[in-house]
Design a protein around this ligand. Structure first.
Ligand SMILES: [Zn+2]
Length: 119
C-alpha cells in the first residue's frame, strides 16, 4: 500500500541536522552549550590605572562580563594595540604600564563604550 505522504517532506522521519541520520540512529554527542556573547556596543568597559608593588602602574579594564566576552581574546587584542604585556584574571584585563588612552581607543574601535578614570 502507498503511504499518504509518500514523496512529500512529511514522509521523512525526523533526522539529525549534523549526521543526517534518523534521530533513532543518531549517535552525535549533544550540542555544546551555546556561549552567549554580548555585543560590544551594549557594554561599558571601565578603565583605570592601579599602582602595584614597587610603584609599577597597570591599566585595568573591568566591567566586562566574563561569559559575555572572550576576555582572553580581547586581552590579546589590547596587548597588541597597546604594544605591551598583560594578563587576564578575575574577569579583568590588566595591561602593563599606563595604557589608558591607547586601551580606550582600541576598545572604542571594537565598539565598546568606555568610562575611564585614574585610580
Ligand atoms: Zn546525528
Amino acid at each position: 500500500m502507498s503511504r499518504l505522504f509518500a514523496g512529500t517532506p512529511w514522509d521523512r522521519p525526523p533526522t539529525c541536522d549534523r549526521c543526517g541520520r534518523p534521530e533513532s540512529e543518531c549517535s552525535c554527542p549533544p550540542p555544546a552549550p551555546e556561549v552567549k556573547r554580548i555585543p560590544p556596543d551594549q557594554q561599558t568597559a571601565r578603565l583605570m590605572t592601579e599602582r602595584r608593588a614597587k610603584g609599577k602602574l597597570v591599566t585595568v579594564i573591568a566591567g566586562l562580563d566574563a561569559e559575555g566576552n572572550n576576555l582572553d581574546e580581547l586581552g590579546a587584542r589590547l596587548k597588541t594595540a597597546c604594544g605591551t604585556g598583560g594578563t587576564v584574571k578575575d574577569g579583568r584585563i590588566e595591561l602593563q604600564g599606563d595604557r589608558l588612552q591607547a586601551a580606550e581607543r582600541a576598545l572604542q574601535a571594537i565598539g565598546y563604550k568606555t568610562r575611564a578614570g585614574r585610580g
